[in-house]
Design a protein around this ligand. Structure first.
Ligand code: FBP
Length: 548
């Protein structure tokens, strides 16, 4: 395949490992751990993998030659920049321990393990993917690995290939499942270790012991570049309001980080909307008031950042969606009705409060709420054009203001949705280093003989050579949550904390950014050049460290 000049130059980039991983290592055990909540229940559910100690890797003065090991690797869920480097680091790590070690990649996500679809990843293949974006080396998928039959089917191929360790690269759900798999394989004496790696552009797999998930750094830098470009255009033409929706299935970390980097006029944070019990009208009024205030100063332009998951955080919308899910599940002939009949049926069938909310929505969005459902019957919120919903409702509100005499500006809106633009970008130096080290470190956890651990690197705001490498028992991140009507042990999803330093910094500045144009233009990710341009971690990570 033809390569770009950057691809060729980038292939020879050597990720910078933490010093402790540059030679043979020894695992130093810390104190036994406990789960973040519901300790007794989780201890009972994970008798073999609960309470294990945190591990730190230090240089080993008396190394022994490692035995060859066959390892399997899976990419799970949405793409995130740097996934290839995790696999490259893992490959180099197991080869360093013994050159006869082998790495097998299961194809298209966890389904590859269950269906026995795999490829051996040889040096030739690995070298093609160093420092590249994407997950195409083996593909990814969203099959949930959670049933005993899947675990048993997977074990058949692991045994056939003599694989004794499996590395699962995924988000909170995939790592939850990795911990369940580790416990199961340990309980039946399967002889297979399971190690997790923290992935997701959403940035919501993080906690006291995992500082960030990989991919968040690159993805937010790509979106911030695009937002900066739009802001420069907007500031030049001075005639459009840009409504920009940003990925992040649930948490608003991406929107917040992009706001910190680019200083838009408005950024909505879903977690705040929920905490303040804001209605859709409150959100609309907030935006419309800023548009009107800027118009009174002659600024008929601006930028609004909107997190993808917003709609589910607005209490009234949440309740509407829940009732719609139920209603449609019990109305098999809904699809056969005409659009007009569907609308009438929904308005008449919903409870009074939800019917009022539904009727207040622009027709297009109301229709999306009844059409776009996933195989479980849920609305796929990512397909709802929240950016259009908000701008249309703001336009209506502004007309009301005009009639009241409190607005006399011009409002012309453009819409954008940034998500796929960043998920497979060439990893930033931070993600290239972080991912390579996560994979290499996973190889060290395998050599240490442990299972049910997540590869961990800490002190991430320091240069990568100073990062601390080790392993965290995944059960340490668990609590019990209701999922599909049942209480389940899961890794707590990290939403934006309103008492955290990143949000507080944003909140302290947003009124100024709203009225006075204070745009920042981050420009594209730089791979070659001075460290202050190329190697800076996200502001979220920097502020979280300052806040500690
Ligand atoms: P993961 O949590 O699996 O990393 O995926 C994150 C994400 O990019 C979300 O931001 C987005 O809502 C979702 O994936 C979209 O996924 P898909 O392309 O599979 O619909």
């Amino acid at each position: 395949m033809k390569k770009s000049a950057l691809q060729i130059a980038r292939a020879s980039y050597q990720p910078k490992l933490p010093v402790s991983l540059t030679g043979p290592v020894v695992a130093v055990e810390g104190a036994p751990t406990q789960s973040v909540a519901d300790r007794d229940e989780i201890k009972t559910l994970f008798p073999n993998t609960y309470g294990l100690p945190e591990l730190t890797f230090e240089r080993n003065p008396n190394p022994e030659v490692g035995k060859p090991v066959n390892v399997g690797v899976i990419l799970s869920g949405g793409q995130a920049p740097g996934g290839h480097n995790v696999i490259c680091g893992l490959f180099d790590g197991i080869k360093k321990q013994n050159r006869d070690s082998r790495l097998y990649g299961f194809l298209m996500g966890p389904g590859g393990l269950v269906d026995h679809d795999y490829v051996e990843l040889t040096a030739d293949i690995i070298d093609e993917y160093r420092n590249t974006g994407g997950f195409d080396i083996i593909g990814s998928g969203r099959t949930k690995l959670e049933k005993k039959e899947q675990f048993d089917k997977g074990l058949e191929i692991l045994k056939e290939l003599d694989i004794t360790a499996l590395v699962i690269i995924g988000g909170d759900d995939s790592n939850t499942n990795a911990a369940v798999l580790a416990e199961y394989y340990k309980s039946i004496g399967a002889g297979v270790q399971v190690i997790g790696c923290p992935k997701t552009i959403d940035g919501d797999l993080k906690n006291e012991v995992i500082e960030t998930s990989f991919g968040f750094d690159t993805a937010t830098k790509v979106y911030s570049e695009l937002i900066g470009n739009i802001q420069r255009d907007c500031f030049s033409a001075k005639k459009y309001w840009h409504f920009i929706k940003l990925m992040g299935r649930s948490a608003s970390h991406i929107a917040l980080e992009c706001a910190l980097q680019t200083q838009p006029n408005i950024c909505i944070i879903s977690e705040e909307v929920e905490a303040e019990n804001m209605t859709l009208d409150d959100v609309i009024n907030y935006i419309a008031d800023i548009v009107a205030e800027r118009a009174s100063r002659g600024f008929n332009f601006g930028t609004v950042l909107i997190p993808e998951g917003l709609i589910e955080f607005i209490p009234a919308m949440k309740s509407l969606i829940a009732e719609l899910n139920d209603l449609l599940a019990h109305t098999p002939d809904f699809a056969a009705m005409s659009a007009e009949e569907q609308r009438r049926f929904v308005v008449e069938s919903l409870s009074e409060a939800n019917s009022r909310v539904y009727s207040s929505l622009p027709a297009g969005v109301a229709r999306q709420l009844t059409l776009d459902r996933d195989p479980h019957g849920n609305v796929q919120v990512s397909l709802i054009e929240t950016e259009k919903l908000l701008s249309e409702m703001v336009a209506t509100r502004l007309e009301e203001k005009r009639a009241e005499g409190s607005y006399s500006g011009k409002f012309s809106a453009l819409h954008h949705f940034f998500g796929y633009e960043g998920r497979c970008a060439s990893p930033s130096n931070f993600d290239a280093d972080y991912c390579y080290a996560l994979g290499y470190n996973a190889a060290c956890l395998i050599a240490a003989g442990v299972t049910g651990y997540m590869s961990s690197l800490r002190n991430l705001t320091r240069p990568s050579v100073q990062w601390l490498a080790g392993g965290i028992p995944i059960t340490m991140m668990f609590n019990m949550e209701r999922r599909h009507g049942e209480m389940k042990p899961v890794i707590q999803k990290a939403l934006v904390r309103l008492d955290g330093t990143p949000f507080r910094r944003f909140a302290a500045k947003r009124d100024d950014w709203a009225i006075n144009t204070r745009y920042v233009f981050p420009g594209p990710i730089q791979y070659f050049g001075p460290a202050e341009v190329c190697d800076q971690p996200t502001l979220t990570l920097q502020y979280e460290h300052l806040g500690k």
